[in-house]
Design a protein around this ligand. Structure first.
Ligand SMILES: Cc1ncc(COP(=O)(O)O)c(C=O)c1O
Length: 445
């Protein structure tokens, strides 16, 4: 797969060919250990790859293992994503990304590398799942623009959808990259946040059945401790790859975004404390699940549904019925009202390149329960003022009180545009176990 790499990855102008760097390489081959290699080379620095790869395996239920020699530490996932694109692509090349996607990719993947992003348009009609048709269309669009497609980049679990990819989607992606002989980059920065079923399937798990195939060295994982550990300020990320060229090039590039020795030292003790990490991740998931249920239930009471989700720190919220027209102008109009009048900072779907107006991303993780309730009260007031929908909301609430959870949810589903219902779109009402108490709580205030 060397031919598919970028010019930078293939050229030798980094200056790595010096004794200064050779010493480091010799150390990698023959590291000192008091017990098993007492004559080895002693490293006077730190590289805490071991603890990180073990942690990455743990949050994937130890279904996959990671080799510490195939990981490169970077200053967060921002740097990891840019570095991997520097390794694979340059001006004239394209990376395909399913929409909606994390707005930071426009900066991280394109700006300094010169590569382009071509969207894989995903639609609400199937819950924003990737389809063979959407992949093919994006590939074709890149070709029409005279761009050479170098790979697909996914975020699993997704930011902004808060969903995990299905095994079927991952299999489809593997087939696609094998057929087109391109790379797959999987940004798995939210892999430790999966708080509900279905369980998380990582790309590495799917890749394990391709060990002898060429695609083995075309799949690369990006990770960071910014989300799973809430440590964005520490700037700790990583690229994991079976591709020696990618690892060698990313290692050279990591000079520009190193993780300090002090940070590595701290992380080494943090990640080695298995009991602590296990408890932390499990407690974090519990709290995310609770906060997610509060938001979904509160929005539902305000007449707003969310895409059904099971991971991440946010909900993908459907406010299409509040738009004055089915346009991105109307979406911006509503967004401005929400930011400036309602005073809630949420992200419009257009900033995530969503193809349909009316979707918004709401984060629920970095706020107290009290702040979340204030936010929900404000949203409810906004809905009533925007849609004149007080009657609609009240009649639906009456319906909630009178009926069982299931029945009242289906009455809400009837408000979904007919084409979405027919296509089996999954919209999220509140967790039935949660609804009553929270509903009472909201009503009491
Ligand atoms: C999908 C995704 N990738 C990368 C990043 C950047 O992470 P970091 O803080 O580790 O640079 C974010 C941050 O929100 C993200 O959501």
């Amino acid at each position: 797969m060397r031919l598919l790499l970028s010019g930078k990855a293939k050229c030798n102008s980094h200056g790595q060919d010096s004794p200064y760097f050779h010493g480091w390489q010799e150390y990698e081959k023959n590291p000192y250990d008091q017990t098993w290699n007492p004559k080895g080379i002693i490293q006077m620095g730190l590289a805490e790859n071991h603890a990180l790869v073990q942690f990455m395996a743990e949050i994937r239920g130890n279904k996959v293992s990671f080799d510490p020699s195939k990981i490169v530490l970077t200053a967060g996932a921002t740097s990891a994503n840019e570095t991997i694109i520097f390794c694979l692509a340059e001006a004239g090349d394209a990376i395909l990304i399913p929409t909606p996607y994390y707005p930071g990719f426009d900066r991280d993947l394109k700006w300094r590398t010169g590569a382009d992003i071509v969207p894989i348009h995903c639609a609400s009609s199937n819950g924003f799942k990737i389809t063979a048709c959407a992949l093919q269309q994006a590939y074709q669009e890149a070709q029409n623009r005279n761009l050479k497609v170098k790979g697909v980049l996914i975020t699993n679990p997704s930011n902004p959808l808060g969903t995990t990819m299905t095994r079927a989607e991952l299999d489809l992606l593997m087939e696609f990259i094998v057929e087109k002989q391109i790379h797959l980059v999987s940004d798995e920065i939210y892999s430790g946040t999966v708080f509900s079923s279905p369980n998380y399937t990582s790309t590495m798990e799917v890749l394990s059945k391709y060990e002898k195939a060429e695609v083995w060295d075309s799949v690369h994982v990006v990770y960071s401790l910014s989300k799973d550990f809430g440590l964005p300020g520490f700037r700790v990320g990583a690229i994991y790859s079976n591709n020696d060229w990618v690892i060698a090039t990313a290692t050279k590039m990591s000079s520009f975004g190193l993780v300090s020795s002090q940070t590595q030292y701290f992380l080494s003790s943090l990640l080695s404390d298995k009991k602590f990490t296990k408890n932390f991740i499990s407690e974090n998931k519990k709290r995310l699940k609770k906060q997610h249920a509060l938001l979904v239930s509160g929005l539902w009471n305000a007449g707003i549904s969310c895409l059904e989700s099971n991971a991440g720190l946010f909900c993908w919220v459907d406010m299409r019925h509040l738009l004055s027209s089915n346009t991105f102008e109307a979406e911006m109009e509503l967004w401005q009202k929400i930011v400036y009048d309602v005073k809630l900072n949420i992200s419009p779907g257009s900033s995530c390149h969503c193809s349909e107006p009316g979707w918004f991303r709401m984060c629920f993780a970095c706020m107290t329960e009290e702040a979340l309730e204030v936010a929900i009260r404000r949203i409810k007031a906004c809905v009533e003022s925007v849609s004149g929908g007080r009657d609609k909301v009240l009649s639906r609430q009456r319906c909630t009180n009178m009926n069982s959870g299931k029945k009242s949810f289906s009455s809400w589903v009837f408000r979904v545009p007919i084409h979405d219902r027919e296509a089996g779109m999954v919209l999220r009402g509140p967790d039935p176990n949660y609804r009553r108490s929270h509903h009472d709580q909201v009503e009491a205030t």
